[in-house]
Design a protein around this ligand. Structure first.
Ligand SMILES: Nc1ncnc2c1ncn2[C@@H]1O[C@H](COP(=O)(O)OP(=O)(O)OP(=O)(O)O)[C@@H](O)[C@H]1O
Length: 243
């Protein structure tokens, strides 16, 4: 059974179209990069996949369950979905609201009702994994852009989601920090997680993505290609470099 299936899914904002008739299947364990120009629909797709928004028309199924507005109205089901699918937002500031980094990362596991010992263990592990241990006493709001990204990722990982959605996670990071994050994402994939990452910078994600879904400015999927196939298409690669 596929992990995620979209059939003829469209999403409309009040005055704009966000996504236009997408058909898409994602399998467990894939590392997918969403590419495309500004405004092509990458963030909108991540919002749909995470259950923050629902299709205007068409369907989205996660583990064969249709994710509808009705389904998400049920708080227990919504929480179960958010526990399985973690989203690291493009604007990290909307994601960080606790007085310290430790509190920030502990927030999700506490909401799940884990014991104090389990929460402490998850916080310690996730801070170490994202290289945030040194930041644990700091105020999230006062961190640098790159530090905020790492803390946001730690707070999402603390819920131990099986699917990780990331919206432009490399923006604002130094080249070294980008490398570090990409290595971490590859390790998470090797540990069995499904990774779906939006980027408008092909150069940054070229090395890690195993599948590239390319949007066009009409909010449709223009191409859906395996990394191994893309490696044999220099013209398409050159075109992606200009996004
Ligand atoms: N909150 C909103 N209200 C109205 N229109 C929106 C909203 N968010 C996005 N849109 C529009 O929906 C379309 C898709 O936007 P989306 O943010 O999904 O694109 P994107 O590929 O993630 O872009 P970027 O690379 O700039 O983040 C665009 O035309 C955008 O202007």
């Amino acid at each position: 059974m596929p992990l995620m299936t979209l059939e003829q899914l469209s999403y409309n904002y009040p005055n704009t179209q966000g996504l236009d008739h997408l058909d898409l299947t994602i399998q467990t364990g894939e590392f997918v990069c969403l590419l495309g120009p500004n405004g092509s629909g990458k963030s909108t797709l991540l919002r749909i996949l995470s259950g923050l928004a629902t299709a205007s028309t068409g369907t989205y199924r996660f583990n064969d369950q249709a994710i509808t507005a009705d389904y998400l109205r049920d708080a227990t089901k919504r929480q179960q979905l958010h526990q399985q699918i973690g989203l690291v937002f493009q604007n990290t500031d909307v994601q960080l609201f606790n007085p310290s980094v430790t509190e920030e990362v502990a927030f999700g596991p506490r909401q799940l009702g884990l014991s104090t010992a389990e929460v402490t263990q998850r916080v310690t592990d996730c801070l170490a994994l994202t290289d945030c241990t040194e930041l644990r006493e700091r105020v999230p709001y006062q961190l640098s852009g790159g530090e905020k990204k790492r803390v946001a990722l730690a707070s999402v990982l603390a819920l131990n989601p099986s699917v990780l959605l990331l919206d432009e996670p490399l923006n604002g990071l130094t080249i070294a920090a980008q490398q570090q994050l990409l290595t971490l994402l590859s390790r998470l994939q090797a540990a069995g997680k499904t990774i779906i990452m939006a980027s408008h910078n092909f150069q940054q994600v070229q090395a890690v993505g195993q599948r590239f879904i390319i949007f066009n400015s009409a909010h449709q999927i223009d191409a859906d290609v395996a990394g191994s196939v893309l490696a044999t298409q220099p013209e398409r690669q050159a075109q992606l470099m200009t996004l």
